[in-house]
Design a protein around this ligand. Structure first.
Ligand code: FDA
Length: 405
């Protein structure tokens, strides 16, 4: 079978790319090993797909080359995607910080992308396992042969949209990275990102009882030149920490490094404790709760105080030395903890790292050394923050490649 374009991976980026290419008049085949389309879109955003972010900027993405994403992001913007959503009359709403979600279901986005593929007469092949890809020199109309469980596909252009490694149980594979290596491309080391972090059981024992407690914090970490800082909700879990604050910072964190968590970002906790010492006859815990019970859940304050200074919570604040109160206050504003690891690809929303952007052209997503070969979406070393940025990268990189084919 001869095609102008074969797209491998019928997820967010692959569907978008196939639809746009098909509507440009190209003969497109879209192959996927799964039986269902775009499983990650379906489960995204709690079933409502946070499909873009109105405030998308290159600064919301991590990559060994932070400038790489600029070109695609400016070529296809959140407004462009919204226009498509509007044409398909999909109801949506803004949750917060520019995050747009479907009112009803993620399925609306999948149906929209598939309808666009149908308009472009894209030929979809599901349950299709790719066994081998061969490149031929010479005739530019037939540069690649894709050998699959459903036969051979010959094409001029080959687009790899097989995503990253997160959630293998719904079909994630290392296909893109293996293929990159086959063609001599570099791959930036991959690791789980937007993922809950875990602690060694001994460190975490005092906090297992407060699993489920949540509060707004400011969290930051620095690894080399990369610094992450977020003010979001944090959630205690049985094995460690989760919630938007931790998912965001996990993309920056690396083993062997600390997180700094400000449990009371609204105030100088040392000053507060010294003021309470002068005014209050209560225990440290009750005095603290009287001032900031709305910001710091009692269960968290109790477990945390017990961990940093056993029996302090129940001591009368008036009897506690200023030095200790200052130290405890400083630690409330700068709780240093070192995660042991993460929940891994099983729970990660995305993969950091991927096909090295030095080997891909920014204006087209085409591989510099292999004409006709393109990598788009999460397979590329571009990772967005939590909040709709990863889909915006999938759409933008897909359209950029589709217009260059
Ligand atoms: P994607 O993973 O979408 O698609 C890859 C496709 O390739 C799949 O269809 C897969 O079956 C196929 N494939 C893989 N290996 C193959 C092989 N060897 N042969 C053939 N086919 C193969 N982002 C966001 O912006 N907003 C959100 O709300 C969320 N929510 C969210 C929730 C959860 C639970 C997860 C896991 C992830 C998110 N994300 C997100 C991230 C977002 O889903 C992700 O970044 C995009 O789906 C990436 O799009 P791609 O098309 O690159 O890969």
């Amino acid at each position: 079978m001869k095609f102008d374009v074969v797209v491998i991976g019928a997820g967010a980026a692959g569907l978008m790319c196939a639809g746009v290419a098909g509507q440009r008049g190209l003969r497109v085949a879209l192959l996927d090993h799964s039986a269902t389309l775009a499983e990650k879109i379906r489960i995204s955003g709690g079933g409502r797909c946070n499909f873009t972010n109105l405030h998308t900027k290159p600064e919301n993405f991590l990559s060994a080359n932070p400038h790489f994403c600029r070109s695609a992001l400016s070529r296809y913007t959140p407004q462009d995607f919204l226009q498509l959503v509007g044409q398909h009359r999909i109801p949506f709403h803004e949750k917060h910080k520019g995050q747009l979600f479907c009112d009803e279901s993620s399925q609306d986005i999948i149906d929209m992308l598939w309808a666009e593929c149908e308009r472009g007469q894209v030929q979809l092949r599901q349950r299709c396992t790719v066994d081998e890809i061969q490149k031929h020199d010479g005739d530019a109309r037939q540069r690649f042969t894709v050998r699959t469980s459903l036969g051979e596909f010959n094409c001029a252009n080959l687009v790899i949209a097989t995503g990253g490694l997160s959630i293998p149980k719904i079909g994630a594979t290392d296909f893109a990275f293996k293929l990159a290596q086959q063609f001599g491309l570099r791959v930036v080391e991959t690791r789980p990102a937007l993922v809950p972090l875990t602690f060694d059981p001994h460190t975490w024992a005092p906090f297992t009882a407060i699993s489920g407690a949540a509060l707004e914090v400011e969290v930051h970490t620095a690894v080399g030149k990369e610094k992450g800082q977020f003010r979001e909700d944090l959630l205690f879990t049985h094995r460690g920490l989760s919630g938007p604050a931790i998912l965001q910072i996990s993309s920056y964190w690396q083993p062997g490094h600390d997180l700094s968590i400000n449990l009371l970002p609204e105030m100088d906790a040392a000053e507060l404790l010294l003021k309470l010492k002068r005014q209050s006859k209560q225990t440290v815990l009750n005095a603290l709760m009287s001032e900031c019970g709305a910001l710091l859940p009692r269960s968290v304050a109790t477990a945390w105080l017990d961990k940093v200074s056993p029996s302090l919570a129940e001591s009368k604040i008036a009897d506690v030395a200023d030095k200790l109160l200052r130290a405890v206050g400083a630690a409330l504003n700068d709780w240093r903890i070192r995660p042991q690891g993460s929940e891994g690809y099983r729970k990660a929303e995305v993969t950091r790292g991927g096909v090295d952007t030095r080997d891909i052209q920014q204006q087209s997503l085409e591989v510099r050394t292999v004409p006709g070969l393109y990598f788009i979406g999460e397979a590329v070393d571009v990772t967005g923050w939590l909040g709709g940025y990863n889909f915006q990268w999938a759409w933008a990189s897909a359209v950029t490649a589709a217009l260059a084919l």
